[in-house]
Design a protein around this ligand. Structure first.
Ligand SMILES: [Zn+2]
Ligand SMILES: [Zn+2]
Length: 251
């Protein structure tokens, strides 16, 4: 639904939707979905507490409250606490995990890294990645065994992460172009060159490299990032492409 780190008339914040029901990150949940589509969402997985990934938890809560149903929101306890303390705190917005009773629209469900959870028929594995606040990526596997890994926001240093996953598709943070590598690293993000290094590590560890889709792209540098991603794809002989709003990825 959203493939960028900056919102505008033509770009939305990072957000994925699986089979119309399971959302991953909530940067574009309400702006991308009609009310009846929002009603179909059963669960939301959050990678971390940054605003561009969590803000539509509050927005969809209000829509859902009219339907008298409850969406489950999964993340590490520290991420859920940050939302409770700073957004759904009765000041910025109501605590939608409690009101309106008896059917509050949200239920917060803490999860732990490295423990497979069954969520709506999907096997969900949270794996810590490298960002400026506690962050997990998710490997999500369907009942038919189709799987992908979404990194959330991450900087370099993913070798430990690769040991825990074997996805058929990688969806990876690439926020800035190579010339702004210092800023990418200090913000806990990758650029195309750093992504290339991580993908080499993936191939060495796992013995294969699945298709890679790049997300969280800064629209200010999109042309430059696209060219550099194409170079990385060529060097690795790999399928690495940028994602865009509204693109459907079929596994
Ligand atoms: Zn972040
Ligand atoms: Zn972000």
């Amino acid at each position: 639904m959203g493939a960028h780190n900056v919102e505008s008339a033509t770009t939305r914040l990072t957000s994925l939707l699986i089979d119309d029901v399971l959302a991953v990150d909530a940067g574009a949940l309400t702006s991308s979905l009609s009310l009846s589509e929002q009603e179909k969402v059963t669960s939301i997985l959050l990678t971390h507490c940054h605003y561009d990934h969590v803000r539509d938890v509050a927005a969809i809560a209000l829509s859902i409250s009219y339907f008298r149903k409850t969406i489950r929101v999964y993340s590490q306890a520290s991420t859920l606490d940050a939302i409770s303390n700073n957004i759904l705190n009765g000041v910025i917005y109501p605590d939608f995990t409690e009101i309106p009773a008896p059917n509050p629209p949200l239920k917060f469900c803490p999860l732990e890294p490295h423990k497979v959870e069954d969520i709506d028929g999907y096997k969900v594995l949270a794996v810590p990645v490298k960002h400026t606040v506690p962050t997990v990526g998710y490997q999500i596997t369907s009942g038919e065994g189709k799987s992908f890994f979404y990194s959330g926001d991450t900087g370099p240093g993913l070798s430990a992460c690769w040991e825990h996953i074997s996805p058929q598709l990688l969806i990876m943070d690439v926020t800035l172009p190579n010339r702004l590598e210092k800023h990418a690293v200090s913000g806990g993000h990758l650029d195309p060159r750093l992504l290339g290094e991580e993908l080499v590590g993936f191939k060495e560890t796992k013995g294969y490299l699945p298709p890679v889709v790049v997300i969280h792209v800064s629209p200010m540098f999109e042309g430059e990032i696209k060219e550099e991603v194409e170079q990385v794809a060529k060097q690795l002989g790999a399928d690495v492409t940028l994602s865009y709003e509204g693109v459907r990825l079929n596994l």
